[in-house]
Every structure is written in structure tokens, then in C-alpha cells.
Design a protein around this ligand. Structure first.
Ligand code: ADP
Ligand code: GLC
Length: 460
């Protein structure tokens, strides 16, 4: 089976958030399962491919030239890098000052239109689109192959002015949205199937609270909407072989995890004195609820937990976290930045892993944490509900501690509960082993996507 998979991010070539990891993990597992996957990624520049060929694309509504660099990347394998004017930038979406590029609409509409042209030229059996960046491809595809849209995050919709409609293609009227152009609303109307990245997120996006204005559009497609839980790359995230951590370990050698806690505390300047260490690895955005930790920092002494945050994003929030860390340096550390190597040690060295998200379509870090024996403390939203049953509510199957609401008081109570739980060594070991024993890989999710492709693909 041959599918076209279009995405704006792909690890390690273009990484902003979980979309990059999800796209890389799913496509490589699909290939392992025998699917011929053509990955179409914008050509942001500076990516070298072996055995490269250039395929010019005919994009009718766009006067400027477009084409695809096809070749082999050392990590991602075969790649189709879609080159459209203005696409090459140091960051896919953001200018150096942290605001979006002013022409993001033009860049990604051109990308989506080029994806449609490639599909019209190459006739794959199924087209798999991801998020708003690719959604407008459906405006140009008339009588094309069956299509799937994966929604990784409904909060980002790529809203643009109405005049774009005249350039999107023959089905552009579906993309008109309250006097503007919305690539996600059109894709929701036109995709044959819509996949949300966790089963629980399906329910949330059908409600006004979780639908970001698109709940009505989604409700009208409810029969074609399903949830497929993301996985993680269990080769990259493997405490038994991880080159980034101080000492490798597994569920039967949990005592070796302690060396990682010592290394982490050394690195962060925290005392390693038996008080549980909770970590957070995150983008700094409203979604992740990191601001909710600010009022919590001064009460950490009473909890008792030490907290370390690795995060990048919102500069104002980062500034506030730096202040909190300087005022409570014995119990709270903030490392600003995106640091993949350190993130591995943050999971390996942690007793607890905190995720105070306001909403979370799936979330990968709670799975990464459980893979490394850190007990997750999460809010009851999105994919966190699917992956982290509360251990007090489900004594035999629970994997972590759940805060009922994303607010500082609930989070504090949850941290306290979790800290007591991991303070009891025997109970902590049971819980850690439970999280480590789950298969978090892409095997099962890729199988579910494959079944979907098979269901949609024309027979023969
Ligand atoms: P989202 O996509 O909403 O940011 P996810 O949990 O799905 O959240 O995925 C985030 C991914 O990015 C994870 O693989 C996580 O380890 C990584 N990550 C996030 N922030 C950082 C950071 N500051 N440093 C290193 N890795 C990070
Ligand atoms: C988004 C969501 C995150 C999800 C990721 C991959 O960035 O915020 O919850 O895990 O996409 O699907």
C-alpha cells in the first residue's frame, strides 16, 4: 500500500513539539509494517539528502515555481521535501522574537497546494494529512484518493483572511469560516476520516469547551471521527540503552535509576537528600499550565517535593519562572531552553513527572516519563486520561496520580499524594514497574492507522 503522509514537522529534521515526534514515530513504524509511506515535509532549508532528485510541480493557482527534493535522510529515510517560495526559514513558524512569521498563511497554503499537486501526479492509495498546515490540500483535490486528517491540536487553526479562498482550489468554499479562511474547518468538512490523537480527546473536541469553535463542525462529522492514541519511539526512549543518562536501568534494575537522580540533582544544583524530585519537560504555553506552578513553588517545602522544569517558549512566563527559582532555589529549578539530551536525564532521574496541562490532545512526555519509571502526576484532560489511571481510584491498574482540575490547589494536593506514595519504597516500585511494563511503542497505533487505510483504500 502506498500512502502520502503530509506534515509540517518531523523529528529530527523539523522539531517544534509532539507533532514532530508523532510524525516520525508513526511513519517509521508504518514502514516497518510494510507500508510504502511518502513523507511530504516543507523544505525549511539546510537538510541534506543522499541520492537527491528534483521533481518540478505544476501548481496552477500559484504563479511561482514549486518542486520536491526527493532523497534519503540518514535518520528519516526517504523524504519528499516540498519547496515553495518563502518556505526556507530557521524556524517553521516563529520569527526570532517569538512571534509568528507574517506570511505563515501563504507559506502553508502553498505547501498544502503543492501536496495536492503531488497527489494528483502520483496517485497514492490514501492521503494522510496532519493539522491545519496541510488541511487546505483538500480544497484542490477533486475525485482524489481517500483522505485522513489527524488532529494533533485543535487550538491551532491557521485562520487567514477571506481573500485566500480564491487561490485554494475548486472546493475552497468549504474553507470559508466566519468571514475568513480556516484550513482546519475545511479539512474537517472534506476528509473521509478524522482522527484525534487520543480517544478521550475525541469526546472533548465535540464540546464547546474543548472544540475551539470547531465542535459544531466536528459534531456533524461524528460518524467519521475516531481516536487513535499516539505512541513514543521506544528505541529512542529506552532506559536500558539510553546514551544520554548517567546509568542505564530497567524494571528489574530500578536501583540503578537512583544514580540518575543523583546526576540530575548535581546538574541542577539540588540536594539529593531523599525528598522526591518531580520534573517537567515542556513548551511554555498556556496549554501546558506551567503558570499554575508559580503559586505552588512557595509551598513546596510543605509538600515535600523538589521541582525542576525544563522549558522553552513564552518569554514572559520564562522570566517569572527564573524569579521563582532565584527565590526558592533549594526546592525549585528552572532551566530555560529546548535540550533533548537533558530531557532524557530529567525523565531518568525523576521520582515524579508533573503535567499540569489545561488541555492535552495526547501528550507524549507522560509516556516517556513512565517508560523511565517516573510516576506521572497529571490533570484529567485529553490523552492523560487514557494513559494515566489514578492509583487511588484504580489500585490494581493505576499508573499515577490525577489532579481533578488544572488549578494550583488541586495540583498541590495531587503532588502531596504522589510524594507520599513514592516515599513508600515498596509501593513506589510497584507503580514504577507498572508504567514501565506498558508497551508505549507505535506498534499498536500504527496497526490501527493501517486498518483505517485498508478500510478506505480502493479494493485491488
Ligand atoms: P506538545 O506537542 O504539546 O508540545 P507533547 O507531550 O506531545 O507536547 O510532545 C512534546 C515533545 O517535545 C516531547 O517529545 C518532549 O520530550 C519534547 N520537549 C518538549 N519541551 C522540551 C524541552 N524544553 N526540551 C527538550 N524536549 C522537549
Ligand atoms: C500536539 C499536542 C500534544 C500531542 C502532540 C502529538 O502538539 O499538544 O498533546 O501529543 O500534538 O500528537
Amino acid at each position: 500500500m502506498r500512502i502520502v503522509f503530509a506534515t509540517a514537522e518531523l523529528s529530527p529534521v523539523a522539531t517544534v513539539g509532539g507533532l514532530a515526534a508523532a510524525a516520525a514515530g508513526l511513519t517509521s513504524e508504518l514502514r516497518r509494517q510494510g507500508v510504502d509511506v511518502e513523507i511530504l515535509l516543507p523544505d525549511y532549508g539546510d537538510v541534506e539528502l543522499a541520492d537527491e532528485a528534483w521533481v518540478p510541480l505544476d501548481v496552477p493557482e500559484w504563479a511561482s515555481p514549486a518542486g520536491i527534493r526527493v532523497g534519503t535522510h540518514p535518520v528519516c529515510g526517504r523524504l519528499h521535501l516540498v519547496s515553495v517560495p518563502g518556505m526556507a526559514r530557521p524556524h517553521p513558524y516563529l520569527q526570532p522574537d517569538g512571534t509568528g512569521w507574517p506570511d505563515n498563511d501563504a507559506r502553508f497554503f502553498a505547501f498544502a497546494r503543492a501536496v495536492a499537486s503531488w497527489v494528483q501526479m502520483s496517485h497514492p492509495e490514501v492521503v494522510h494529512l496532519n493539522d491545519w498546515h496541510t488541511g487546505a490540500a483538500l480544497a484542490a483535490l477533486v475525485d482524489g484518493p481517500p483522505t485522513i486528517l489527524s488532529i494533533h491540536n485543535l487550538a491551532y487553526q491557521g485562520n487567514a483572511p477571506a481573500w485566500w479562498l480564491s487561490r485554494l482550489g475548486p472546493r475552497a468554499e468549504h474553507f470559508e469560516w466566519f468571514g475568513g479562511t480556516n484550513p482546519l474547518s475545511g479539512a474537517i468538512a472534506l476528509a473521509d476520516r478524522i482522527v484525534a490523537v487520543s480517544p478521550n480527546y475525541v469526546g472533548e473536541i465535540l464540546t464547546p469547551e474543548g472544540g475551539f469553535g470547531l465542535d459544531g463542525a466536528l459534531r456533524s462529522r461524528a460518524d467519521d471521527l475516531l481516536g487513535v492514541l499516539n505512541g513514543i519511539d521506544t528505541d529512542v526512549w529506552d532506559p536500558a540503552t539510553d546514551p544520554h543518562i548517567a546509568r542505564t536501568f530497567d524494571a528489574d534494575r530500578l536501583e540503578d535509576k537512583a544514580a540518575n537522580r543523583t546526576a540530575l540533582c548535581d546538574r541542577l544544583g539540588l540536594a539529593d537528600d531523599g525528598i522526591p524530585v518531580a520534573t517537567v519537560v515542556t513548551r511554555l504555553t498556556h496549554q501546558k499550565g506551567i503558570d499554575l506552578l508559580e503559586p505552588l513553588v512557595p509551598v513546596l517545602d510543605q509538600v515535600p517535593v523538589r521541582l525542576a522544569v525544563l522549558g522553552s517558549g513564552d518569554a514572559e512566563l520564562a522570566g517569572r519562572l527564573h524569579v521563582a527559582a532565584s527565590e526558592h532555589s533549594h526546592s525549585f529549578v528552572f532551566v530555560e531552553g529546548y535540550d533533548e539530551a537533558l530531557s532524557h536525564l530529567m525523565f531518568a532521574g525523576a521520582d515524579l513527572y508533573l503535567m499540569p496541562s489545561r488541555f492535552e490532545p495526547c501528550g507524549l512526555t507522560q509516556m516517556q516519563a513512565m517508560r523511565y519509571g517516573a510516576v506521572p502526576v497529571v490533570t484529567a484532560v485529553g490523552g492523560l486520561v487514557d494513559t494515566v489511571p489514578d492509583v487511588d481510584e484504580h489500585p490494581r491498574t493505576g499508573r499515577g496520580v490525577v489532579a481533578r482540575r488544572p488549578d494550583p490547589v488541586e495540583l498541590c494536593a495531587a503532588l502531596f499524594r504522589a510524594s507520599r506514595r513514592v516515599g513508600d519504597r515498596r509501593r513506589a516500585t510497584t507503580l514504577r514497574r507498572r508504567g514501565m511494563g506498558v508497551d508505549w511503542s507505535w506498534k499498536q497505533p500504527a496497526g490501527e492507522y493501517l486498518a483505517l487505510y485498508a478500510d478506505l483504500a480502493p479494493a485491488g
